[in-house]
Design a protein around this ligand. Structure first.
Ligand code: NI
Length: 168
């Protein structure tokens, strides 16, 4: 396995739209394994392939405390949504940035697992948020896009300032 380089905002490649995986083969499984390793190393609860500059519809998620409940999500489709929730989110591509985002409370997800087998799950709470956040990534949508224009500008400025400081 290998750690992948995670793109940081404002990298424009975070805006690319990922393509469906045609066949879940050894190549794809290697990407999935590397994505899990990278997500765990970054202490994240989810990672989308787009963040690793791979434009394929692959997401990995693990919201468990002990990090032993990996969920492999290939070609995700959110086939039902219900209610709304408003919780704090962060993102590996936005280190140190957190804000509240409005999301559906519950979602029904259809996807392929690491063996290419189709499954459906009902998710709520953090898992539901995580699924929506990561599926957004595959379409080039970032969590900051859900914030007010004022908050987006504030976040972008803060990131710019920190990047400038890091380069001094
Ligand atoms: Ni993210």
């Amino acid at each position: 396995m290998a750690l992948l380089n995670v793109l940081q905002y404002p990298d424009k490649r975070l805006r690319l739209k990922a393509a469906n995986v045609l066949v879940v083969d050894a190549n794809i499984q290697k990407i999935v394994d590397d994505m899990f390793e990278t997500m765990y190393a970054e202490n994240g609860v989810g990672l989308a392939a787009t963040q690793a500059n791979i434009q394929q519809r692959i997401v990995v998620i693990d919201i468990s405390e002990d990090k032993k409940s990996p969920l492999c999500v290939i070609n995700p489709e959110i086939i039902a949504c219900e209610g709304t929730q408003y919780e704090v989110e962060g993102c590996i591509s936005f280190p140190g940035m957190f804000d509240k985002v409005e999301r559906a409370e519950k979602v029904r997800l259809r996807a392929l697992d690491r063996d290419g087998k189709s499954y459906e799950i009902d998710a709520e709470g953090l898992l539901s948020v995580c699924i929506q956040h990561e599926v957004d990534h595959l379409d080039g949508i970032l969590f900051m896009d859900h914030l007010s224009r004022l908050k987006q500008d504030r976040m972008a400025k803060k990131i710019e300032k920190e990047r400038a400081r890091a380069m001094e």
